[in-house]
Ligand binder design. Sequence first.
Ligand SMILES: Nc1ncnc2c1ncn2[C@@H]1O[C@H](COP(=O)(O)OP(=O)(O)OP(=O)(O)O)[C@@H](O)[C@H]1O
Ligand SMILES: Nc1ncnc2c1ncn2[C@@H]1O[C@H](COP(=O)(O)OP(=O)(O)OP(=O)(O)O)[C@@H](O)[C@H]1O
Ligand SMILES: [Mg+2]
Ligand SMILES: [Mg+2]
Lengths: 227, 227
Amino acid sequence: LINLKDIVKTYQIGTVEVQALRGVDILIHSNEYISIMGPSGSGKSTLMNIIGCLDTPTSGIYELEGELVHTMDDNKLAEVRNRKVGFVFQTFNLLPRATALHNVELPLIYSGISAAKRKVIAEDAIEKVGLTDRMHHRPSELSGGQRQRVAIARALVNNPSLILADEPTGNLDSTTGKEIMAIFDDLHNAGNTIILITHEKIVADHADRIVHILDGHIAEDIQVKNN
Amino acid sequence: LINLKDIVKTYQIGTVEVQALRGVDILIHSNEYISIMGPSGSGKSTLMNIIGCLDTPTSGIYELEGELVHTMDDNKLAEVRNRKVGFVFQTFNLLPRATALHNVELPLIYSGISAAKRKVIAEDAIEKVGLTDRMHHRPSELSGGQRQRVAIARALVNNPSLILADEPTGNLDSTTGKEIMAIFDDLHNAGNTIILITHEKIVADHADRIVHILDGHIAEDIQVKNN
Ligand SMILES: Nc1ncnc2c1ncn2[C@@H]1O[C@H](COP(=O)(O)OP(=O)(O)OP(=O)(O)O)[C@@H](O)[C@H]1O
Ligand SMILES: Nc1ncnc2c1ncn2[C@@H]1O[C@H](COP(=O)(O)OP(=O)(O)OP(=O)(O)O)[C@@H](O)[C@H]1O
Ligand SMILES: [Mg+2]
Ligand SMILES: [Mg+2]
């Protein structure tokens, strides 16, 4: 499914070059369940953004289902992304002036679904994350964990086959966190590919494989189960 | 130090009234170390915002060091806040167009400290959270955990005696999280009052007292140690 070869990502800050990824190789098959762990600033989100077609590498090769992603233009990237990827951002990235419901409906607008059907699908996704009584609130009228759950619902509403979640339970109490992990487990059992960044071992343990990132490199890549 | 009596906070969303806090009583003495836990949406951040003078209750009494906070006007509230409180926000709230260094310097500007001295103090705080080599980055050029650490450094730079931190380790790997908790432990040992919202037991266990919030009420208030 996903084949990254010698992926490098550098940023320029004034005269200094920041090396976020220093040559990453990773092969991910369809229906894998992977946790990515590592220190703050080690490159996890950068790697996930490249896998999710939100960012392009400085150099290296990215093959996604046989297509060469690293050579795609912005329009093609956006089209691949909207069709295949569901992304839960570390900082949620909700539209501040739209309600929770409208935020969750947004990906469906690009899929050409009727307004009436969009509303039903979005309400379903919102119910799954336990926010039915908050769907008309805007992000500023929601708690941190409620915003996180809106971001999760939005990522899943288009039924993507590749789900990327960056610290999806970082703002959730353990009970709500378990409910969210149950959603990811179900999606995995339904055949989808799940990649989670987490710092919590109890979350990482849901995965079959744990990848440790250190200073822009893959330090360890461990198969923990064979599901 | 802090005396809250029958604190109620309600919001109006269209015709619906949301009861975020439904009558909270809590007494906190100087130099206490408290963890606040509870489900997503239960009222933890709302309670912390009221304690930190960032928000006023709908009804109820708030006495802070003998002064009646709930009757203060915005200017007086801001003055009390800047002098006494260090606040780490659940969503960081950094200035997007200022560097990490400038974000950390900001509270010092109101204290009338010279520009040269401000820079030294802010650089010290940034070093304490391990971000010296990132101090000239803007928030969009930082990882999630790096932004969180900038928010922590900013909260502590004015040497506040009341430190309120809302999920301060939510985006940090366990090693970096331990370093941050060591900072809070030191501040507590130095005589300050620490109140943390967290969903992680390993973080909550640093405190002497754990307060459980459920649906806008205090469900449990337990002294776990006597330090
Ligand atoms: N401005 C607002 N308008 C309407 N409702 C609000 C507003 N701010 C918060 N709420 C509601 O008040 C309740 C308490 O919010 P609060 O942010 O205190 O929860 P919390 O315990 O911090 O949750 P989390 O663990 O998810 O951060 C939530 O149900 C939220 O939807
Ligand atoms: N736009 C940018 N410009 C410059 N440096 C950047 C930029 N974005 C990220 N970085 C740097 O790249 C490194 C990797 O960032 P990344 O967000 O991938 O880390 P992370 O592993 O997700 O960290 P965290 O656990 O704190 O979220 C960090 O040191 C960060 O400061
Ligand atoms: Mg990150
Ligand atoms: Mg909160």
